[in-house]
Design a protein around this ligand. Structure first.
Ligand code: HEC
Length: 154
């Protein structure tokens, strides 16, 4: 093997080892994962002006029916990358997420991920840690609110 080959091999090994997010054993994301983040992060989302604010969300006692709908959405669209426990899969685990994060921040991560990754330091930090850009899941605002209700039960 020439030096050049050895260098290529080392690079490949380095790339393979950094793909897991938090050591859960998942080395790469499911279909739909966009892979390592391009520097400069292409922005396709809405502008920050459209972000949800605290005034847009009312939280009362937990609405079990709404949480059930949120769980059904989770099962289909989120489970591949998020656990309901504390552990990371591709993205962060959801246990206690409503205590760590403000409701409007969570809603914006669900509905306006591109604008969040463009403007929000916490979202950018999560992206640096996970190395995978969360794909926009195309939820409606009502669906997002149902998933938020489900998160409140975790
Ligand atoms: C392909 C993997 C993938 C899928 C599918 C996915 N996410 Fe994510 N999610 C991520 C990654 C990676 C992050 C952290 C990095 C980032 O923000 O891009 C994240 C972050 C989040 C966060 C912030 C959590 C925190 O603790 O900071 C929320 C909320 C979230 N996702 C909600 C959802 C919802 C709701 C769905 C389903 C409708 C979903 N995600 C589907 C990968 C995914």
């Amino acid at each position: 093997m020439t030096i050049k080959h050895v260098n290529t091999l080392v690079t490949i090994i380095a790339i393979v080892t950094v793909t897991a997010c938090g050591g859960s054993g998942v080395a790469s994301g499911p279909p739909g994962t966009e892979g390592p983040v391009p520097s400069g992060g292409a922005v396709t989302g809405k502008s920050a002006a459209n972000l949800i604010t605290a005034a847009d969300i009312t939280l009362g006692d937990i609405d079990r029916a709404m949480a059930g709908k949120g769980q059904a959405i989770y099962d289909v669209k989120c489970q591949a990358c998020h656990s309901t426990g504390p552990n990371r899969v591709v993205g962060p685990g959801w246990k206690g997420v409503t205590e760590r994060r403000k409701p409007e921040w969570i809603m914006n991560m669900m509905l306006n991920i591109d604008a969040m990754l463009e403007t929000d330091p916490e979202a950018q930090k999560a992206l640096e840690e996970c190395l995978v850009r969360m794909p926009n899941q195309g939820l409606s605002k009502d669906e997002g609110r149902e998933v938020l209700e489900f998160m409140r039960t975790l």
